[in-house]
Design a protein around this ligand. Structure first.
Ligand code: 6GU
Length: 256
């Protein structure tokens, strides 16, 4: 998968070179290209924002630098006009343009799986009060434009959200996580939260690892974990439990 990120703070994306995603990039499973939006600013001062039409607080990102940036990234060019790695041949589907925004569609594990099947993602990180809406309207002629949100709170810009999305999607690419079985039991994969986990020592600060986990009884362990996951979901995310039952009223019926 190739990911292009356009931002006024390229350094914000540096952590994508660390840990599992860094390894994925070195192995050629993932290619991340980060571009400085200011490289496409038309003026000497490299201005990328201006005051909002209609008045009000804050600044809005100018359409021209974004329009140029999204044109260039589409054909694999850097801000200096240098041609990078060619994007995959134009197929029946345009590349996805993901736009971090608190007013976007909430990012879910199900959506992350869909995104992991894409050959290419482009992320447009806005700052300040956001990007002039015409940039998204115009981009819709050559991209599939999808604003996304991490949750119901406000960040200063899209960079942290881009990091989160690339990590959530990148770890689902084949070969990125060593043991793919470890992905299946995680929170949100089955529509529920995961059970608590423990390791050694068996007693720590007067607290014991639940006895069932040392019993060696695999069916009992599985049943305990399922129940703990359900309890936790009911307490912390009753909305998930309701959604699961709405989709399938037998979803929680005992199968053992
Ligand atoms: Cl994706 N972007 C910004 N700027 N703020 C957010 C967000 C995204 N998700 C939640 N808050």
């Amino acid at each position: 998968m190739r990911v292009d990120v356009v931002t006024v703070f390229p350094e914000y994306l540096a952590p994508l070179g660390l840990s599992l995603l860094g390894r994925a990039q070195r192995l050629g499973l993932l290619a991340v290209h980060v571009h400085d939006l200011r490289g496409w600013a038309p003026d000497r001062h490299r201005t990328v924002d201006d005051t909002p039409a209609g008045g009000g607080a804050g600044m809005v990102m100018l359409p021209e630098p974004w329009g140029r940036a999204l044109d260039a990234v589409l054909v694999g060019e850097g801000p200096d006009g240098a041609v990078g790695e060619r994007p995959p041949a134009a197929g029946p589907t345009a590349p996805l343009l993901l736009v971090p925004s608190p007013s976007g569609t909430p990012l879910t594990q199900a959506w992350a799986h869909e995104l992991a099947a894409e050959p290419r993602l482009v992320l447009a990180c806005g700052r300040y009060e956001g990007i002039d809406e015409r940039v998204l309207d115009d981009a819709a002629s050559r991209y599939r434009v999808e604003p996304f949100s991490l949750g119901d709170y406000v960040l200063n810009g899209g960079e942290v959200a881009a990091l989160a999305l690339v990590e959530a999607v990148g770890r689902l690419l084949p070969g990125v996580v060593g043991n793919p079985a470890s992905l299946e039991e995680e929170s949100h994969e089955q529509g529920l939260l995961e059970h608590p986990v423990y390791t050694r020592p068996a007693r720590w600060r007067g607290l014991d690892v639940p006895a069932v986990l040392s019993s060696g009884h695999h069916a009992e362990v599985a049943r305990w974990r399922r129940e703990q996951g359900l309890r936790r979901t009911a307490r912390r995310r009753p909305d998930l439990l309701r959604a699961l039952l709405d989709a399938d009223p037998t979803a929680l019926s005992a199968d053992d």
